[in-house]
Each structure stands twice: as structure tokens, then as C-alpha cells.
Design a protein around this ligand. Structure first.
Ligand code: SF4
Length: 489
């Protein structure tokens, strides 16, 4: 059992926030200018106001800290204990020692990574997988989205942070060496929010720094928070991408628990791009309730304020579920839509509806994205390619003309470009769409038929999508942890 305890005998204080999923906005209290040191090994170097914020914020979510043997030697453990000195700490040999009553998302476990530290999304039978690579940093999430796919996959409830990033970094360096001709996309947001805990633990910064010299690696941090402040001052971002999951505000309010509102995500994206990061956006899960067109159109139009040429990719994925997830979900309005079973055992909207949704979004995104890229071509439903100045995928809009919102997407993107420019030290990255004239939009776990209906072809024939949809050599065995975490973070 415990080989020692520090404040373990103190009674746990009840957190102000209830279980994840309740309404309210602890995350909404995040300081927009907040940043931590990432290297201080404790809270001593944080400005007092920021330290106060960290304490208030994380104590709303956390009741106790478990640290396995060996993990305490890493700065992350000292940092967490120093920032949250009143949090009861239990030192244990192994995670199995956590008692049942503490196996929940109000427990944070700091531990060492076991086994492989880089995995590959295994894909989904009959559906096209983008061959995303994942590394272990954070597992579990207390933000409480009603649709979170991890409810159906993760059986270990505490939040887990792997305190030693070196094995992951080494594994990625190895992969990059084995695949010098391929762009690799690697992220931490498949089984938890990449940035929810990161201001407290600072695990992202060493990875961003270590990978910043690799021209073929895009390291993505995906979030529904606005916790980017602590990462803005890293001098060399390399291929780092800060990514935000997006939904209309009425769905955020109703279905995304403690996640911050759309405005704050977009503001964080703006700060990130101004600091030199590339951006990614994930419309996943897209929920098609009555009025969805208006809701998603409104979100897309907000993106026009950001520089399109700094967008690394945008993924689209409609809501889907496995039976195990549905059993654990509350009764939600969007579950009353029509769903059909697919070859991979998941339930999705009928194909016709998915095609309509994807066309709707790509038609609206294409002019903005094309406007930020010189000589950009994008696929048409007919299978040909059209110039950015021509008709969009839906044949309705001109990239240089009026956008869905009646604004010139190209014009807005251009002004955004001028505002952000290229970051100092930014390098040309292999396989980026601006180099081969292709739009960086893809579908998460969709069928070949849907790809063809929307884009006129499958990914993988040429260009950017071929590059990101092909396997990395030495990418490792398939991960079983998260067969489809597209709507998981
Ligand atoms: S969907 Fe993402 S942000 Fe929401 S609870 Fe799951 S991991 Fe957290």
C-alpha cells in the first residue's frame, strides 16, 4: 500500500465544482494572460496573482493527488505539490493501490509511462483513418462533455499525467529519422484534453522545445480550454500546432460541461497565432439538430478573423457512438436523431445526411482557406480541381468573392496574415498544404463513399492528404486505448 504519505491523512476538502458535466464555468475563470514557467519545478516562480488563479482553478476540479514511486523524482511532481500545497498527496507503488472511492476524475495520478509511448490511431473498419500518432501525456478529462467518447473506452477513472516526457520525445525523434520524407502528425489530445492540466504540470513545453527542430513533425495540442498563455513565450515553436475543438455556442452551453465558450477558444487561437503557432480546428462532433446550418455557419464565419495561411488542418466528424458509450450517456436531445450502424460497429447519421453536413462546411471553409493560400486548388464534388479564384466545392462561392457571411474571406485572411506574419524562427514544414496547393480539410473516420461524394475522390492519391493519410514507417502497433478519439477532446 502507501509507502509514505504527506498530507494523506488530512481530510479531503470538497471541491467547489461538482462532478464533471455540471453546468457552470470554472474553466471560464481562466486568466487570458496567464502563463507559468514550465521549468520551475514548483509554484515559487509564478507571479502571485497567477499562482492564486492556479490554486483556485484546479482546486475546483481536484481533491487529491497520487504519485507512484519514481514519478516523484520529476519536476512535474514538485511543481504540482508546490502550486497546490493543500491538496492531499498519496505516495504509492502502483496505480492499483488507489482505492475504489478515489477512482474518479477528482483524483490526479502522476506516474511514469509504461510500455510504448507513441502509438497510432488504429483506424476503424471500413473507414479512412488519417494515421494520426499519439503520445502519452494526459489521460482522462474532467470537462464533462456529454458525448465524450472516452466514457465508452476508458475504464480507469482518475486523471493521469505521465511525468516523464523523454521516452515520447525519443520515440518521436526516432520516427522522424525513419521518415524523413513524410510529414508526421503527432498529438496528445486523444484520451484527454491536451491543455486542461498543462498550466499546472507543464508537460507540453519540453515536447514543443524538443521537436522544434524537426521540419517533418507537427506536434498538436488539442483543447476545449483557453490554456495557452503558458506556452506563448517558447521561442522556437517549430511544427507545434495549437488546436481547438469547435461547436456552436448553444451546444457548448448545453453539452460541453466546463469547456470554455467559443469566444474564449477563438481568443486563445488568436493569441497562439500571434505568438507564432500554427492552428488547427476540429469540428467534431458535429451535432445536427434543427438549426445546425445556422449554428455552424456562425462558427465558420468567426474563423475568418484568423489568418488562413496559419491553419495546419481542419477536421470534420459528425457525432458517432459505440453502444458502450450510449449506455453510459445521459439522455440527450441529439440522441433522438436517426442513426445507422456502420461497418466499424459505430452508429452514425445516415450517409446522405453526413454528406450534406460535410458539403455545407467545406463549401464555407474553402473560400477562407483558399484566400490565405496563393494558387490554392481544392477538390470539387466532380472530382476535378478548381482554382481558388473559381468556384468552391459547392459551386456557390468564390474564394476571392463573397463568403457565406457576406464578407470577403480572402480579404479577411489577408489582413490576418499581415497581422500575424511568420513567426521568428518559423521554418518551411514538409507537406504543408500551402506548398502543394491543397486545402487542409479532412474527415475523421469517414467512409470512402462519403469522401468521394464530398471531394470527388479519396484522400491518398496525391498531395497533402496523401501525405498525412499514409502510415509512418515504424509507427508501432495499433493503440487499443482510443479507437476513435476524434470527438474525445
Ligand atoms: S470530449 Fe474532450 S474536452 Fe470533453 S470531456 Fe471528453 S476529453 Fe474532455
Amino acid at each position: 500500500m502507501n509507502y509514505s504519505t504527506s498530507s494523506a491523512d488530512r481530510p479531503c476538502r470538497g471541491g467547489a465544482a461538482g462532478a464533471a458535466g455540471a453546468g457552470g464555468g470554472a474553466a471560464g475563470e481562466a486568466r487570458k494572460d496567464g502563463h507559468g514557467s514550465g521549468e520551475d519545478g514548483g509554484g515559487a516562480l509564478l507571479p502571485p496573482g497567477l499562482l492564486e488563479w492556479y490554486r483556485n482553478y484546479y482546486r475546483r476540479f481536484l481533491d487529491r493527488l497520487y504519485i507512484t514511486r519514481g514519478a516523484e523524482d520529476f519536476p512535474v511532481a514538485g511543481r504540482a505539490e508546490s502550486i497546490l500545497p493543500d491538496l492531499p498527496v498519496y505516495r504509492i507503488e502502483d496505480r492499483d493501490e488507489i482505492p475504489a472511492e478515489h477512482r474518479n476524475a477528482r483524483t490526479l495520478l502522476l506516474t511514469l509511462p509504461k510500455g510504448r509511448t507513441v502509438d497510432r490511431c488504429p483506424g476503424s473498419r471500413g473507414h479512412l483513418c488519417c494515421n494520426y500518432l499519439t503520445i502519452d501525456q494526459y489521460m482522462g478529462c474532467p470537462l464533462g462533455c456529454s458525448y465524450c467518447i472516452m466514457k465508452g473506452y476508458l475504464n480507469f477513472e482518475p486523471l493521469v499525467a505521465y511525468v516523464d516526457p523523454s521516452p515520447s520525445i525519443e520515440a518521436v525523434l526516432d520516427l522522424a529519422r525513419n521518415n524523413p520524407d513524410r510529414p508526421l502528425r503527432i498529438g496528445t489530445g486523444e484520451v484527454g484534453d491536451s491543455l486542461f492540466l498543462d498550466p499546472l504540470l507543464g508537460l507540453a513545453e519540453p515536447v514543443v522545445r524538443a521537436l522544434s527542430g524537426l521540419s517533418n513533425v507537427s506536434f498538436e495540442l488539442k483543447t476545449k480550454t483557453d490554456h495557452v498563455g503558458h506556452l506563448l513565450d517558447i521561442p522556437q515553436k517549430g511544427g507545434a500546432v495549437l488546436a481547438f475543438s469547435l461547436n456552436p455556442q448553444f451546444l457548448i452551453d448545453r453539452e460541453e460541461g466546463y469547456a470554455v465558450d467559443l469566444e474564449r477558444r477563438l481568443d486563445a487561437a488568436r493569441r497562439a497565432v500571434e505568438a507564432g503557432y500554427r492552428l488547427a480546428f476540429h469540428f467534431d462532433p458535429i451535432i445536427a439538430e434543427p438549426g445546425w446550418q445556422e449554428g455552424y455557419d456562425g462558427v465558420v464565419r468567426r474563423l475568418f478573423e484568423l489568418p488562413a495561411d496559419r491553419v495546419a488542418w481542419i477536421s470534420l466528424g459528425t457525432f458517432r457512438y459505440i453502444p458502450a458509450l450510449k449506455k453510459r450517456m445521459d439522455d440527450r436531445p441529439y440522441l433522438y436523431s436517426e442513426f445507422v450502424p456502420c461497418r466499424d460497429g459505430k452508429y452514425r447519421y445516415p450517409q446522405k445526411m453526413r454528406i450534406e453536413i460535410y458539403r455545407f462546411l467545406t463549401e464555407r471553409l474553402a473560400p477562407w482557406l483558399a484566400g490565405g493560400r496563393a494558387s490554392t486548388r481544392f477538390p470539387s464534388p466532380a472530382g476535378g480541381e478548381q482554382s481558388a479564384g473559381g468556384q468552391s466545392a459547392g459551386g456557390e462561392q468564390s474564394a476571392g468573392g463573397q463568403s457565406a457571411g457576406g464578407q470577403s474571406a480572402g480579404g479577411q485572411a489577408a489582413s490576418g496574415q499581415a497581422a500575424s506574419g511568420r513567426a521568428a524562427g518559423d521554418m518551411p514544414l514538409a507537406g504543408q498544404p500551402e506548398q502543394n496547393g491543397e486545402l487542409p480539410i479532412y474527415f475523421c473516420m469517414e467512409s470512402p463513399a462519403v469522401w468521394k461524394a464530398v471531394f470527388g475522390r479519396l484522400p491518398g492519391r496525391e498531395g497533402y492528404l496523401r501525405d498525412i493519410f499514409q502510415h509512418a514507417r515504424g509507427g508501432g502497433r495499433l493503440s487499443r486505448r482510443s479507437p476513435d478519439a476524434g470527438q474525445g477532446a
